[in-house]
Design a protein around this ligand. Structure first.
Ligand code: NCD
Length: 318
């Protein structure tokens, strides 16, 4: 449980580690605050001084394109100083521990750390070790990617309104997806009563097979029937350790989101993907680049959500 760590004694968001233990109101505050940042004037033109004088350090122990860059853009839009440590050329490879690396950056004045790590425990341990300051989880293991889930909720809310009234389908490698786990947690918190997970048996974790607040499907056509939102996920080959996983050929045949399959969803359903896309495997280019796709909007909304989270954790430090 991370709830006591995530909020400070005044109930403000100090660390953003996972969706599960947070009060729903904090999630709504993040969405509402992001709304104030999403207007193009604030997002792309003017800087806002909310984080002036604050040093933000990314600690990315795993690869990233969208998450890292949208955090950097968000931090810079808020006028903070972005302290960019390249972990490939840092003293990490001389044996320094993650906590020591963080403490040294703190000694230089950094007070917000954005952490991506292959270990489930890493962001929690770093938060516990930090005397003052904030940790924001930018994706850990296959467990949590809370800012991705929030930018996805934001994108859904912008297009479809009240999330509690929607049918949301997630197709793909749920087993290895931190995005799917955080999305399901956020959808539940925001009252979504129709959450559908669609995957071959080998990519569906038992955690969900036994969860009666979600429905699971082996068939895409059945799973997305009349859905308002269809989210596709990449097969995360780098995390697969089992040997009996569906072959790529069979996956494409049965699970790739094609225009034909998409017809089972509502005609105005939106199509989402957290990226990176493997075109022709989990989604065809026709669908990824088609009229129903909001995939690049998700990326843009990531800036506003990350501005919201950065500014909230910064306020908790005052
Ligand atoms: C995801 C991740 O890293 O978990 N990407 C992202 O942050 N946008 C999904 C993935 O890697 O497939």
């Amino acid at each position: 449980m991370t709830d006591s760590i995530q909020l400070n004694e005044k109930g403000q968001l100090q660390h953003f580690l996972s969706i599960e233990d947070l009060p729903t109101q904090i999630l709504i505050d993040i969405l509402d605050r992001a709304k104030s940042f999403v207007d193009p004037e604030t997002l792309h033109a003017k800087k806002v001084p909310l984080l002036k004088g604050i040093m933000v350090a990314p600690l990315f122990f795993e690869n990233s394109t969208r998450t890292l860059l949208t955090f950097e853009i968000a931090a810079k839009r808020l006028s903070s100083d972005w302290v960019n440590l390249n972990l490939d050329t840092s003293s990490k490879n001389k044996g320094e521990s993650d906590v020591d690396t963080m403490n040294n950056l703190q000694a230089m004045g950094c007070s917000i750390f954005i952490v991506r790590h292959k270990s489930y425990a890493a962001p929690i341990e770093l938060a516990k070790s930090l005397q003052e300051g904030s940790i924001i989880n930018a994706g850990d293991s296959n467990r949590a990617h809370p800012t991705q889930a929030m930018l996805d909720m934001f994108t859904i809310r912008e297009h479809k309104g009240d999330i509690s009234q929607l049918s949301v389908a997630i197709i793909g490698d749920i087993e290895h997806s931190r995005v799917a786990r955080s999305q399901v947690a956020a959808l539940k918190k925001l009252g979504c009563a129709d959450i559908r997970l669609i995957a071959p048996e080998s990519l569906l974790p038992t955690q969900f097979a036994n969860d009666n607040t979600v429905q699971t499907f082996a068939s895409v056509e059945q799973g997305i029937e009349q859905a308002d939102v269809v989210i596709t996920l990449r097969i995360q080959k780098e995390r697969i350790t089992k040997t009996n996983i569906i072959s790529e050929q069979d996956y494409i045949r049965d699970y790739c989101l094609t225009s034909e399959r998409l017809k089972s969803a509502k005609s105005d359903a939106i199509v989402m993907h957290p990226g990176p896309i493997n075109r022709g495997i989990e989604i065809t280019s026709e669908v990824a680049d088609g009229e129903q796709s909001v995939i690049l909007e998700q990326v843009t909304n990531g800036i506003a959500i990350r501005m919201a989270v950065l500014s909230m954790v910064a306020s908790s430090q005052i």
